[in-house]
Design a protein around this ligand. Structure first.
Ligand code: G3P
Ligand code: CA
Length: 226
């Protein structure tokens, strides 16, 4: 079975990384929701893709330099606010698994703290989560904090040099750009005992091609097309 993963929720239909987008993804029966996180000035884990608020909100400037109070004044589209990670988990309420992409520096530790709380106090399980990042330092940090949570190595440049690092952090998956994937690559991933997930696939023909390559999961802005 190929996992149906909603990219930043259901970005093809609703403003990315908002509660509206995550709600839509659930309505479209995704297996997993992907989202991006940064830490703001006052320490909250906020769900936003870029390190600046400019592209996705009516504000300007770096997330890391803004207090949560300031961040909450911004419109992230259709009147939506930038959510904190806990709000997304409360809304999803285990109706889908969650792929948290550690975008910003210093995200591993606070995200670890939130997951611990949800597993210990709110009946979530470690297997409900996949932590991914392009930033190997954050992935390694997360592994040191909790080796039980699944980790995904993100790959956007041509490389086959992930095996050693995958072993070091006992990675669960390699999450690769559609521009880089081919049969040899996915075979190599599987031979190493890893899952191969591909992003971001929105075109029907590409979806068929990815399925024929036997990928394990597909990230899409239009998850219903899967
Ligand atoms: O996790 C897959 C994908 O989301 C990585 O790229 O830029 O959409 O965060 P980006
Ligand atoms: Ca992402």
């Amino acid at each position: 079975m190929v996992l149906k993963i909603g990219h930043r929720g259901a970005t093809g239909y609703e403003p990315e990384n908002t509660l509206l987008s995550f709600k839509k993804a659930i309505e479209l029966n995704v297996d997993m929701i992907e989202l991006d996180v940064h830490v703001c000035k006052t320490g909250e884990v906020v769900v936003i893709h870029d390190d600046k608020v400019d592209r996705t909100t009516d504000g300007k400037g770096y997330v890391a330099k803004k207090t949560f109070q300031k961040i909450r004044t911004l419109d992230a589209g259709k009147g939506q606010k930038i959510p904190i990670l806990q709000e997304v988990l409360d809304m999803v309420d285990r109706k889908a698994k969650i792929n948290i992409e550690l975008k910003g520096k210093g995200t591993a530790k606070p995200v670890f703290g939130i997951i611990e709380k949800y597993v210990k106090e709110k009946r979530w399980s470690y297997d409900d989560f996949l932590i991914s990042s392009f930033n190997r330092h954050e992935l390694q940090k997360f592994y040191q904090l909790n080796p039980k949570v699944r980790l995904g190595i993100l790959i956007a440049r041509p490389t086959t040099r992930f095996a050693r690092f995958a072993k070091k952090i006992n990675a669960y998956s390699v999450n690769v750009s559609i521009d880089l994937i081919n049969k040899d690559f996915i075979n190599g991933v599987h031979k190493k005992g890893l899952k191969g997930f591909v992003w971001t696939v929105n075109d029907f023909k590409d979806m068929e091609r990815m399925k024929s390559l036997e990928v394990d999961g597909i990230f899409s802005d239009f998850p219903d097309r899967l």
